[in-house]
Design a protein around this ligand. Structure first.
Ligand code: AMP
Length: 400
């Protein structure tokens, strides 16, 4: 079966067409700047490309370009859209309502919209993506929604509650939700597979480090804690997000600078993190380059990330009373050896015996980076959120 995986944001629509029988990628692409001007970049499995700058007023117009790319362009891979057996959508916020993938119907769409208060940009974009698919492909084609936070729904209340008056949990469902769940689920399962062990007997810490970063404690295959919180702003320093800070910083700066809630959200989500500390860039590659030239603020931002990862790993090892393996994934986790080395240098107390030679230069492929005999194993496992969504979609539509 061919499954189209859609990841729609407020102004973008990423897609991957996956053949679930052999799990290969048939084509992938992205529409950007929807509602602004518009651009599609599409790549077929054999490297053929279709790129076009074209006005896309909304997600439905963008999806028409996806259809064209898949069926009619020079990089087409289908004779007709009817070859697609199901569509899987990534949804960022499923709240506590959705703890597993669901078939799309009006009731599900309504609930996703209700949850958009918790992730306004993301959930509304997702629903626009779903509606575009229904409009272009018809309501007969099965569509499945896979929630980014549902892997974290196994967290116990003592991990997900905030110590604020309980009424706000009851009234507004203010609690930790966690994100990147599809990625943490995928790499933890893959890690157990690579170790040749049953996940139910493993304590794992999965580090998804990219432009957005989060770390999860996975005990016996279930998430027991994760660093992102009520929103994806919490936890580690990220590309442009602050990560955790004393909430008094928010009230103090708000008063001193006369910053509104909306501006504060913009400041913490878009102007902080790597970008805010370094004043250079949100991208790790840029910071590594500047750090190598001696830029102190680039060095500081990089060091902050490594230090925070070490602290979180320590706290999750404590929370699980042990750890068998630590996994690095995401753009930084998969590709940046100096971060893995800096972090693992600080984990010898746990019994990590890191293979610095094997680590050097390693990019984007599965590898064990701990030496034989290391008490805690270290792995790099490239994440594959699209495949994970395609698998969940297939499981639901095929009943397997
Ligand atoms: P992600 O959000 O997972 O795509 O990760 C993006 C981050 O990974 C950026 O900070 C990049 O600088 C960093 N990175 C480093 N090397 C690579 C690479 N080869 N490919 C993609 N991202 C990379």
């Amino acid at each position: 079966m061919k499954i189209l995986v859609i990841n729609a944001g407020s102004s973008s629509l990423k897609y991957q067409l996956i053949n679930i029988d052999d799990e290969s990628v048939i084509a992938k692409g992205m529409c950007e700047r929807i509602g602004i001007d518009g651009r599609i970049k599409h790549t077929a499995f054999d490297g053929r490309e279709y790129v076009e700058e074209a006005e896309m007023k909304n997600h439905t117009e963008a999806f028409k370009y996806v259809e064209y790319a898949l069926v009619k362009s020079d990089a087409a891979v289908l004779k007709s859209m009817s070859e697609i057996g199901a569509v899987g959508h990534r949804i960022v916020q499923g709240g506590a309502i959705f703890d597993k993938p669901e078939l799309v119907n009006e009731d599900v769409i309504e609930k996703i919209l209700e949850l958009s208060e918790l992730a306004p940009l993301h959930n509304i974009g997702s629903v626009q993506g779903i509606r575009a698919c229904i409009e272009c492909l018809g309501s007969e084609l099965p569509q499945v929604v896979v929630f980014d936070n549902s892997f974290h729904n196994t967290m116990p209340p003592h991990a997900y509650m905030y110590a604020i008056p309980y009424e706000y949990y009851e009234k507004y469902a203010v609690r930790r939700y966690g994100f990147h769940g599809t990625s943490h689920k995928y790499v933890s399962a893959k890690c157990a597979e690579v170790m040749g062990r049953d996940i139910s007997e493993l304590k794992l810490i999965t580090c998804h480090l990219g432009n957005g970063s989060s770390i999860t404690a996975v005990d016996g295959g279930k998430c027991i804690d994760t660093s992102m919180g009520f929103t994806p702003l919490d936890g580690l320093i990220m590309g442009t997000r602050s990560g955790s800070l004393d909430p008094s910083v928010v009230t103090f700066l708000g008063e001193k600078e006369g910053i509104s809630y909306k501006e504060m959200s913009e400041l913490l989500n878009k102007k902080s993190g790597y970008l805010g500390v370094s004043g250079i860039s949100n991208d790790d590659r840029d910071l590594q380059e500047k750090a190598a030239e001696g830029n102190e603020r680039a060095k500081l931002a990089i060091k902050m990330l490594d230090y925070q990862i070490i602290k979180l790993i320590g706290s999750y090892a404590a929370a699980m009373n042990g750890v068998d393996a630590i996994v690095f994934t995401g753009g930084i986790g998969e590709n940046v050896d100096v971060h893995r080395a800096a972090v693992c240098k600080g984990l010898t107390y746990l019994g990590v015996d890191f293979d610095f030679e094997k680590n050097a230069g390693l990019r984007g492929r599965i590898a064990e980076l701990s030496k034989p005999g290391s008490k805690v194993k270290i792995y790099v496992i490239p994440t594959n959120e699209e495949l994970s969504i395609a698998r969940d979609t297939y499981a639901l539509v095929s009943g397997k």
